[in-house]
Design a protein around this ligand. Structure first.
Ligand code: PGA
Length: 241
């Protein structure tokens, strides 16, 4: 079941997301975390809450959704670096409790299987998601099977264009592959929190919420999950009936 929360703008969406997330900031919880522009407001609120209220992450664990193939963790645009820069370095979560898939290694598929095994052993309580303008969740691009596990994938042209802004607006610098949790992996999370803001997400949001459940819009599978909260601002809701 999808519970849709409509907000005025990005800031209000981030406030609402923090309200949902706050319930999970307790010892023993497992957070599924995401990168991209969307979660930045939520992460800023988590950092502020840690600093002002002392909310502790010492007994919280986290699993991230994805990572670019070929970027060392020291690359500023690696998702490992993103998570440290925007969240992990500012809260008290132990490094060993955090997991970001590695996009480097001899056998990425074997590493991907191991990532799924770790998640199976430590089920995610709440998975945070953004949505791509093409309806992707994590890097599961249109056409990805709904039962997929963590795997290596090619990025869609539209995703490479969308992410160009992080790579000096130079399309040749954007990695073309990623390791991503599969849709089947994501669907195992006990609860899902998806945030979508801005007009470039409006079409994907409409297909996710009102379209048929079809691999052409990967996020449409969320209609089948039993506990999903979708937070959207006015611009992202613009095409809803
Ligand atoms: P964004 O990306 O948060 O940078 O818009 C979302 C996504 O591609 O999942």
């Amino acid at each position: 079941m999808i519970n849709v929360i409509r907000t005025k703008d990005y800031e209000e969406a981030s406030d609402k997301a923090f309200e949902v997330m706050k319930e999970y900031l307790r010892p023993g919880k497992v957070l599924g975390l995401a990168t991209g522009s969307t979660p930045l407001g939520l992460y800023a609120r988590m950092v502020k809450d840690h600093q002002e209220n002392g909310t502790s992450y010492k007994e919280i664990r986290s699993f991230n959704l994805d990572e670019y193939v070929g970027l060392p963790i020291t690359h500023p645009e690696s998702y490992y670096a993103f998570m440290h820069h925007n969240l992990f370095d500012h809260i008290d979560i132990p490094e060993e409790n955090t997991h970001v898939p590695s996009g480097l290694g001899e056998d990425l598929e074997a590493q991907a299987r191991h990532y799924d095994e770790m998640i199976d052993a430590c089920p995610v309580d709440i998975q945070l998601l953004g949505i791509g303008s093409d309806g992707h969740i994590a890097f599961n691009e249109p056409g990805t099977p709904f039962d997929s596990g963590t795997h290596v994938t090619d990025l869609a042209e539209s995703t490479i264009r969308d992410n160009c802004r992080f790579f000096d607006n130079d399309i040749t610098k954007v990695p073309t592959q990623a390791v991503t949790q599969g849709i089947g992996t994501i669907m195992k999370a006990k609860a899902i929190l998806l945030i979508a803001t801005g007009s470039n997400k409006a079409k994907a949001v409409k297909e996710m919420l009102e379209g048929p459940i079809d691999v052409s819009c990967p996020a449409s599978i969320l209609q089948k999950h039993e506990n999903v909260t979708v937070i959207i601002d006015e611009d992202a809701a613009a095409l809803l009936g």
